[in-house]
Design a protein around this ligand. Sequence first.
Ligand code: NAI
Length: 258
Amino acid sequence: MTVMAYDLTGRTACVTGAASGIGRACAVLLAEAGATVHCADHDAPGLHETAALIKAAGGTAHTHTLDVTDRAQVTEAVATAAAATGTLDILAAIAGIMHDSPVLETRDEDLDRVLAVNFKGVLYACQEAARTMIAAGTRGSIVTMASGAVDTGGPGLLCYGAAKAAVVQLTKTLATEVGRHGIRVNAVAPGWIRTPMTTRHDESAQAHTESLMVRLAPLGRVGEPLDVAHAVLHLASDAAAFTTGQILRPNGGVAMPW
Ligand code: NAI
């Protein structure tokens, strides 16, 4: 195995949630590895910043302003991404939202919204990507974004954790169904990563949470978006050619499930 296994030259990737945080880091890294990256998000200014970063580094980026909860918009974006080469090689389904509410205070609309973005949004992208890959005979890679919440639980994590657990089940189920086409499907379950999602406006609350995470993590620090992007690159690339249905955990060692 050489570093050539990480070379994505000539491949087409679609990254949802690409306007910010982990999704942006993934889009930039996949482009640095040589892929043409289709960046999708509902935050148009953020998307254009990501595309500008990629282009400034000599990469190729396209933007798709969409809501991942709208199946038709996701279908159109994947079709557009696949139009140039006739296929999609990589999907990184990263868009997500955080929601924090105790079980006894959780309302139907909270659950519906979080499941719509964090689960159905991933499902729609996975379905379209897999259909496109199968039709073109492409031995592609699909990477979904779960969370350490599925390992540890925690107060307030009902909606978010349920959606991420559903993403894990989707990942394993799809991996068993499309493996015979040579398509791999894996999840990444990060620990605490410093992004706009986890950066609080209250600096002292932020410092308190981060110091707790640092104490819990054997590696003694919180994560950065690039830590997760490296995991996504690995799973997207030929370096992970014999890996499917797995959960990769860039979490500093906070959780060590079997
Ligand atoms: P972020 O808030 O920086 O990025 C999330 C992106 O998703 C944003 O660009 C946002 O505009 C986009 N998005 C949200 N709803 C959308 C919708 N309906 N349609 C299209 N785009 C939409 O958050 P971060 O931290 O980068 O999170 C990325 C993923 O990683 C999420 O799925 C999150 O659950 C997951 N994650 C994050 C962790 C962390 O500690 N930051 C830990 C574990 C998982």
